[in-house]
Ligand binder design. Structure first.
Ligand SMILES: NC(=O)c1ccc[n+]([C@@H]2O[C@H](COP(=O)([O-])OP(=O)(O)OC[C@H]3O[C@@H](n4cnc5c(N)ncnc54)[C@H](O)[C@@H]3O)[C@@H](O)[C@H]2O)c1
Length: 321
């Protein structure tokens, strides 16, 4: 796959769960990738990760069996960032640590370089605080695992330089991502707020004894979750209103929703609640280990993504006729 013209070299800082996944995706998309982590053993970890995800990237059409990733694990932060056009920061979710990293790299960066943080919920205004040139850092939040889940949430504010969001959007779209752009700053962006809202009620239903953890998970997975993979809630509920659409749906169910919203739970993740959830989860997991569950998730995600791509292609061909 040819790279976008303005970005050739991408540095990924932090080679944990998210960093390795981003690095594999950027490499598959043809970028020259530099990876840096403070932990020893990153070379082997990344090599293992690449071998593990390569078949998936091939099935998604993002790599071929011939793909030789231009992926270099660097010994120093300076080696990783000094000539990078784009930096995907993936260190742990701690504001002070991210600010310290930015203070260290800013003097090393090309003036045109863009720093995109994978942060799940920190505010851009806080992340910009220590920068001399705050216009070069943006939020680019993926959903785990970034090499598979298409969503990237972008946010830049009034301090963000004009070229930054368009360049970032082009880069992520080149990697097969679906980009949304937030219009204003909000804690936890969009998708994590939605996830938090749903998970809060899922926890409440389990702790309140309404249904088992297994049944609550099934209710999401086999019901609305499956539909949400295909269309967002507003498009779906537009269909729920029949030919008269979302307006009819709202008018029909307005009172019900108001009652349901008033009745939703407000659980807290106390130690006792965590114990209860983990115990219930153990029963559901049984003897499946982490790798088994991860592989099941990834195989099914690839199957769903492939099937949806086939449908989209077929519909495009039909429309073109
Ligand atoms: N885990 C998720 O589901 C998820 C999803 C989307 C976004 N994120 C975000 O991605 C970021 C990384 O999360 P993660 O789950 O991959 O964490 P992680 O703990 O798995 O990985 C972080 C890596 O950063 C390294 N590191 C720490 N300080 C460093 C430094 N100064 N320089 C270089 N490397 C350093 C660590 O050694 C570790 O390998 C966080 O901001 C998180 O909010 C996480």
């Amino acid at each position: 796959m040819p790279t976008t013209t303005t970005v050739q070299t991408v540095a990924v800082i932090g080679a944990g769960l998210i960093g390795c996944s981003w690095a594999a995706l950027f490499a598959a998309a043809g970028y020259n990738v530099r990876l840096y982590d403070t932990r020893p053993g990153t070379q082997q970890q990344m090599a293992d990760f690449w071998e593990n995800v390569k078949p998936t990237l091939i099935r998604l059409g993002l790599a071929t069996s011939e793909t030789q990733p231009l992926l270099q694990v660097c010994d120093t932060l300076a080696d990783a960032v000094h000539d990078a056009d784009f930096i995907q920061e993936c260190i742990p979710e701690r504001l002070a640590a991210k600010q310290a990293l930015y203070a260290e790299i800013e003097p090393l960066l090309k003036a045109s370089a863009i720093v995109a943080t994978s942060s799940s919920g920190l505010k851009l205004s806080d992340l910009q605080a220590q920068w001399q040139a705050p216009g070069r850092i943006i939020i680019a939040h993926p959903f785990n695992p970034p090499h598979l889940i298409p969503l990237v949430e972008l946010y830049g504010n009034e301090r963000t330089a004009a070229d930054v969001l368009p360049t970032a959007t082009a880069l992520y779209e080149h990697c097969g991502k679906e980009v949304i752009t937030l219009k204003r700053e909000v804690l936890a962006h969009v998708a994590n707020r939605l996830q938090a809202a749903l998970w809060r009620e899922a926890i409440h239903l389990v702790l309140d004894g309404v249904a088992s953890l297994k049944d609550v998970d099934t209710a999401v997975r086999a019901g609305p979750g499956l539909r949400w993979a295909v269309m967002g809630p507003h498009l779906l509920l537009n269909l729920g209103g029949g030919e008269a659409g979302l307006r009819a749906y709202c008018e029909q169910f307005r009172d019900s929703y108001h009652q349901w919203w008033d009745d939703l739970g407000q659980p807290r993740l106390t130690d006792q609640a965590i114990d209860q959830l983990v115990e219930a989860l153990q029963e559901e997991i049984a003897d499946r280990d982490y790798a088994t569950l991860r592989d099941e998730r990834d195989q099914k995600l690839v199957a769903i993504l492939g099937a949806m791509r086939d449908v989209d292609n077929q519909r495009r061909q039909e429309q073109a006729r």
